[in-house]
Design a protein around this ligand. Sequence first.
Ligand SMILES: N[C@@H](CCC[C@H](N)C(=O)O)C(=O)O
Length: 352
Amino acid sequence: MSPAATTLFAAAATVAAPTAPFRACVRLPLRGGPGAPRRAVTSMAVSTPRSAAAASFLERRESERALHFVKYQGLGNDFIMVDNRDSSVPKVTPEEAAKLCDRNFGIGADGVIFVMPGSNGADYTMRIFNSDGSEPEMCGNGVRCFARFIAELENLQGTHSFTIHTGAGLIIPEIQSDGQVKVDMGEPILSGPDIPTKLQATKNKAVVQAELDVEGRPWHVTCVSMGNPHCVTFGAKDLEQVLQVDNLKLSEIGPKFEHHEMFPARTNTEYVQVLSHSHLKMRVWERGAGATLACGTGACAVVVAAVLEGRAERKCVVDLPGGPLKIEWREDDNHVYMTGPAEAVFYGSVAH
Ligand SMILES: N[C@@H](CCC[C@H](N)C(=O)O)C(=O)O
């Protein structure tokens, strides 16, 4: 990206219906950072139907020296989706991704996701950078957005299933007739060193209700990897009542778990309240992204942890700040299945 080409722009913003995506028209520095000059939104028109915005994106994507993207969200966990099907090298660097994700000086997102050519026999490959530029192995909400983005790029209607190679292995999303995406998230990993955590196993080689000292306060945690590491807690050891997740000061406590010495690759942390045996409520502090409105791999890890701790059944609804996900940890194949929404919210271009 040349220094002269450091603005993000598109021609006009269009909105058709409350749920329809729009094309944003903004100019802002990509490389310049907080100190660089900013320019305001230049125009906005309301009326073009959603299909026109999508068609325009698809037509223009090869025509300019610009990086075209679609912003998608899954329960408010939002991603800049990049059509990277022509190359196995991501079109933006981790540093550029961090700038694009900045909510004040960039587009604003929890991560950047690249749709890449298939590898290891899969139809596609998914790579993702967190909003801090780090690269996780997997993203549950992201993979639902990925499936819907492929359907848009390939002009597919109705139900479809894809195989996707990720850092967590093969993931299989299926677009359902109602537009929701059901994802086979594979098997949870429970062995401490593989998660990874330095906490000792407590139950059948798994780290279940282990004690984690967080600045002098002992918490009970269960560790699960869904390809990426998760630390699930239903509360501190000294907590007399059920954890009230709405009362948590997430931005204070979250980073202490994320960077705890017991998690050599850092960790995502889920704070969970049991509403019933099949209904859980959680808040999440994500590795590399902080507090987000939802985390798909996190919701899967929460159900696995709740089952291991004897708190819930294998099929649960998990309420996240951005909405509910349906999660099932099946006994027959040991796979976790996640079902939830994903939608395009706007189209844009960044000079490249
Ligand atoms: N929001 C995602 C998880 C994204 C990756 C995570 N921050 C990590 O570093 O592991 C999800 O929906 O799973």
